[in-house]
Design a binder for this molecule. Structure first.
Ligand code: SF4
Length: 345
């Protein structure tokens, strides 16, 4: 089946509309084993490394099954770089979804209009009919996935499922055929129910937050240093499934409300509310500490850090902020900082 690539820092693309068009939503991830050499010809190397990495892959050419790209309004990087994508890619269908920065009434109306425009463009380009019934059906399917992921996520708290395994599952859910995803998640849940917890001794239970952290090897690296990601506040994580879409409301309205009401990301206004999201999760999950990771030159996370640092200090919740380079070799260089944090918590 053909796929629509999603270039989105805040998981705000309504996948249900893509599904209703008979296509597979396929969230684009970086590849930390490559350098953004070609992308650097278009974008200064002081811009977010994650988006440069994605552009590098786009210039080199995606899988032929990807027949369209939707970019969603996120940070300044994803917004501005989409224009460069249009210039550099040979893919015909390119759509920029203007998901609003604010979350008020006018933002809701604006988002609904933009989703309607997406529907028109998909219908015209791919000669399909996207009916409200098809969108409602897709909402139900996505809600099944959200609920399964939320249930599975709790096995991290029960010390049965590793954070890295869960991270890989969320990535899979964001890229594969959704019917297959449901089957995989259902059998994973069944398997987890039969498992015993792993030993807790010397394990530091942390909340992981930050930029688009899509490299599961990075999570494994943290685990090797003695951390267990008991809960997260990530796009490859809770932001993707924490809430569900109202199945009884008009589908486009329901989708717009869902995206404007889910746990806020740093690219949205007021971004300082992200502190409340993290604080609540940290308290509910009784974490030993919080790790906030910024991809190199990720401005939204860099801007939020001083405020978070101050607030978590006031609350006496251990907090570590680290800026990482999107490159696996660099992970080892950060081990000392992570290990020092593990020692103090
Ligand atoms: S990592 Fe940061 S700067 Fe880069 S796309 Fe995501 S939010 Fe934007």
């Amino acid at each position: 089946m053909k796929k629509i690539g999603i270039f989105d820092s805040g998981v705000e693309t309504p996948e249900e509309i893509i599904l209703a068009a008979g296509l597979i939503p396929y969230r684009l991830f970086g590849d930390p084993t490559i350098e953004p050499d070609k992308a650097n010809e278009h974008i200064p190397p002081t811009h977010c490394i994650w988006t440069r990495n994605l552009l590098e892959q786009a210039i080199k050419g995606f899988d032929k099954d990807i027949i369209g790209i939707i970019g969603a309004h996120g940070c300044d990087r994803t917004n501005r770089e989409f224009d460069i994508w249009i210039e550099c890619l040979t893919i015909d269908f390119m759509f920029f979804l203007n998901s609003p920065r604010k979350r008020d009434e006018s933002a809701l109306r604006f988002f609904i209009d933009d989703m309607k425009e997406l529907i028109i463009q998909l219908e015209e380009h791919f000669n399909v009919k996207i009916t409200p019934e098809k969108i409602s059906e897709s909402i139900k399917k996505m809600n099944v996935i959200r609920k399964l992921l939320k249930e599975i996520s709790e096995f991290r708290k029960k010390m049965i499922l590793k954070g890295s395994e869960f991270h890989a599952l969320v990535k899979l859910a964001q890229q594969q055929n959704k019917d297959e995803v449901i089957n995989i998640l259902q059998s994973k849940l069944k398997e987890l129910k039969t498992k015993e917890p792993f030993p807790e001794k010397n394990v530091k239970k942390v909340l992981l937050t930050g930029s688009d952290i899509d490299d599961t090897e990075f999570i494994k690296h943290l685990e090797d240093l003695g951390f267990h990601i008991i809960i997260d506040d990530l796009g490859v994580g809770t932001k993707y499934f924490w809430n569900t879409v109202d199945e009884n409301e008009e589908p486009i309205m329901a989708l717009a409300k869902y995206h404007l009401n889910k746990p806020i990301y740093s690219t949205k206004f007021p971004s300082y509310e992200r502190f409340e999201v993290i604080k609540n999760l940290a308290e509910i999950y009784n974490v030993d500490g919080i790790i906030n990771i910024a991809q190199k030159f990720c401005e939204p996370i860099l801007y939020d850090h001083p405020y978070m640092n101050k607030k978590f200090k006031e609350l006496e919740i251990p907090y570590l902020f680290v800026e990482v380079t999107y490159n696996r070799e660099s992970y080892n260089q950060l081990s000392t900082r992570f290990s020092a944090f593990a020692e103090i918590i």
